[in-house]
Design a binder for this molecule. Structure first.
Ligand SMILES: Cc1cc2nc3c(=O)[nH]c(=O)nc-3n(C[C@H](O)[C@H](O)[C@H](O)COP(=O)(O)O)c2cc1C
Length: 158
């Protein structure tokens, strides 16, 4: 299965989790590519003054994993804008993850995942599962980030 791991990462945590996910999926025999959305301008929560710069295309992938940070108790805006501009996701499986600082899922994690899920499902994707990765905890053991193995397990080995 060709999987596209598409992330937005401002300070590097989400991309670090994605890199580990990439290795684990590869070990399971999945061809996968990690792509990072980039922005021009200021994509902070209070700003409207940015545009997507690198916009990964999705047509080559059978399945997609989208990852992004939680910003201001919500999905980071760059990922929101990215997901909204995607074409149909009909016939594609998807998995979702966010990274965040605060320990409890209700401090933006559930909301961010809910938002990603809603956009993906509206576009026709089948969402297989999702994870909220609490970064300070994940950082303690970067070889085994909690949640990454569960995300990998969503995809049956090739
Ligand atoms: C502007 C801003 C807002 C944030 N808001 C939240 C928040 O509401 N809840 C939370 O748990 N973490 C919050 N964080 C922490 C990030 O979600 C966390 O550090 C994340 O892992 C960053 O991912 P990145 O390094 O891929 O950008 C915020 C960080 C920034 C920079």
């Amino acid at each position: 299965m060709k999987i596209g791991i598409i992330v937005y990462s401002q300070t590097g945590n989400t991309i670090t989790a994605a890199q580990q996910l990439q290795q684990k999926l590869k070990a399971q025999g999945h061809t996968n590519t990690l792509e990072r959305i980039t922005v021009a301008g200021n994509a902070s929560p209070e700003s409207k003054d940015f545009r997507l710069e690198y916009i990964p295309a999705i047509d080559a992938y059978d399945a997609l994993i989208f990852g992004a940070p939680v910003h201001a108790f919500s999905l980071a805006k760059a990922m929101d804008v990215y997901l909204n501009q995607l074409p149909s996701l009909e016939k594609k499986d998807a998995a979702l993850f966010v990274t965040k600082q605060l320990r409890f899922a209700w401090t933006g994690g559930n909301r961010a995942i809910g938002r990603m899920k809603k956009i993906c499902e509206t576009k026709g994707a089948k969402v297989l599962g999702s994870e909220i990765i609490i970064w300070p905890k994940a950082k303690e053991n970067l070889e085994h980030i909690e949640g990454v193995e569960r995300l990998t397990a969503l995809f049956t080995p090739d």
